[in-house]
Design a protein around this ligand. Structure first.
Ligand code: GAP
Length: 503
């Protein structure tokens, strides 16, 4: 168990290190010691991120006749967040340690009584992770030894801190100090970032950075209906930044405070079979994840139990992914009923009804919402693509990105940089490729090292221009990243091959 955990941690460490070394992702404000929960995407990472968003937009908007795009503002009237329930209810339970000043999410802090021969001798606590049972078991055994208590240790019974009885708050040790007595009772903590808009600095100026893009869609639903030619069922899709003051941002970019969402609201008739629509969208989303390179077997489904559903939801299923730190939510697919539109109708006084020509009926539609974090799916793609192997006795690490999302599709490498005839020929090919794909130019260093550099940033193919190209038949060497196999192709064959692979 501990071994598996160590290797998962090592994999995450290797990915984080590669992301920095190769310019995928940097810690925000690194020169000032970093800023927790915020990240910057470097030259390679920004390409990967853009390709993921483009793939989603192409499939979700361009390739469907029933879905329209939108780009709404990040800061909107605070009335929107009152209507949606975010001002009153978008919170996580938090707990503070009064000694260390650390703050935790109460539902991620687990504890258990340590019971020997039916008597409680103390409590142990742990922060949620894939190995917490083993950690707590070891801590309980240590407590028993330290206190010199004889007898049989009862099985550990983990509960999260929100389930603790108030009489236990004083007895549960803080994960920071290991000592009891410093944890506060759980309190609700609103996750929305506040800002001020306008010249006044009183409470009327308070506005929020949006915590989801979805409300921008609901707030514009009438505009889209009135100006477009949409017919039920139809969807509105949006990609954009969202902000949440997460209590415990963690696992690299998995849970951050500034992130991007790709959300789509699919409006259906109130009497439509929402369960089938939900199922169709779950399947669509899973297929999409596979199309950008996630292995089917790393995906799962987590159906939310009725009592744990969000205030707006009639049914939610998360598509999960096997991250190195455990199986976690990747894509939430929620049936929101007509909660949001009804709320906006009530709060704004504007009708949110649509006239359904086919059914000759007027109603507020219901909605199915697939909501995916760009950064989160990017992390899934990074972890699924990260591979270590050995080529000719030499270790290499490579990113097996699906060509669709690979930051660069192809690298052009003249065999020697001091031979003008090679460089000229290679430059001409590079120019041609650049017009169609994001191509990379690399003329310096030994060819083997250049291949390794491309492997590490996940470039699926390299072409090398050598003396045979200029002196003989014009063919180039086409090298495959995953197999490292090389074959000679002429220019026409190369372009046809790339067209087939990338379009
Ligand atoms: N509009 C519904 C909504 O926002 P959510 O489950 O809170 O639902 C949807 O978020 C998706 O957004 C998640 O499945 C995840 O992919 C992503 N996400 C949410 N919070 C995130 C965070 N703090 N950091 C990165 N991604 C996040």
């Amino acid at each position: 168990m501990a071994k598996a955990q160590a290797s998962q941690n090592a994999q995450m460490d290797a990915i984080v290190a590669l992301c920095k070394r190769r310019g995928f992702i940097f810690q925000s404000s690194e020169i000032y010691g970093g800023y927790n929960g915020f990240f910057d995407f470097g030259p390679i990472g920004v390409e990967l991120k853009k390709n993921i968003k483009d793939a989603w937009w192409q499939d979700m908007v361009h390739r469907r006749d029933d879905i329209e795009g939108l780009d709404s503002s990040i800061i909107m009237s605070p009335k929107i967040w009152e209507a949606s329930g975010h001002v009153g209810g978008f919170s996580d339970p938090m707990v503070d340690c009064k000694v260390s000043k650390m703050r935790y999410r109460a539902d991620q802090l687990f504890f258990s009584p340590v019971v020997v021969d039916g008597e409680t001798i103390g409590y142990v606590s742990v922060l949620e992770d894939g190995n917490m049972e083993a950690t707590v078991q070891a801590a309980a055994e240590k407590m028993k030894r330290k206190k010199g208590v004889q007898g049989e240790l009862a099985p550990i019974e983990l509960k999260d801190y929100t389930e603790a009885d108030p009489s236990q708050y004083e007895l549960i040790p803080s994960p920071a100090t290991g000592e009891p007595g410093s944890l506060t009772p759980p309190r609700d903590f609103n996750l929305m970032f506040e800002t001020k808009v306008g010249a006044l600095s009183d409470s009327t100026a308070i506005a929020y950075l949006r915590p989801e893009t979805a409300q921008g869609i609901f707030a514009n639903y009438k505009n889209v209906v009135d100006t477009g030619r949409v017919k039920i069922p139809f969807g509105i899709a949006q990609i954009g930044k969202a902000f949440r003051n997460e209590i415990t941002p963690r696992n690299f970019i998995f849970r951050s405070r500034e992130f991007e969402q790709m959300e789509m609201e699919y409006f259906i008739a109130p009497d439509a079979d929402w369960k089938s629509a939900h199922r169709e969208w779950i399947d669509w989303c899973k297929n999409w994840l596979v199309s950008v390179g996630l292995p089917q077997e790393m995906l799962g489904e987590d159906v939310h139990p009725q009592e744990k559903l969000s205030h707006y939801s009639r049914g939610t299923t998360d598509i999960t992914f096997q991250f190195p730190f455990g199986e976690q939510e990747l894509w939430g697919i929620a049936c929101r009923g007509n909660f949001d539109l009804t709320q906006h109708q009530e709060h704004s006084g504007k009708s949110m009804e649509i006239f359904d020509e086919a059914a000759k009926a007027k109603y507020i539609p219901h909605v199915v919402e697939p909501s995916l974090g760009v950064d989160r799916v990017l992390l899934a793609i990074l972890t699924a693509a990260y591979t270590e192997d050995e080529i000719g006795g030499e270790k290499r690490s490579l990113m097996k990105f699906h060509p669709r999302v690979a930051p660069y599709k192809i690298a052009v490498l003249p065999l020697l940089k001091n031979k003008p005839e090679l460089v000229e020929r290679a430059r001409a090919l590079y120019g041609k490729l650049q017009r169609k794909f994001n191509a990379f130019w690399d003329a310096s260093g030994a060819i083997g090292r250049r291949y390794r550099r491309m492997d590490e940033i996940g470039t699926p193919w390299c072409v090398t221009i050598d003396f045979d190209t200029v002196e003989k038949d014009g063919t180039v060497t086409l090298r495959d990243r995953d197999t490292t196999e090389q074959k000679r192709v002429n220019e026409e064959e190369l372009l046809a091959f790339l067209d087939e692979q990338l379009f």
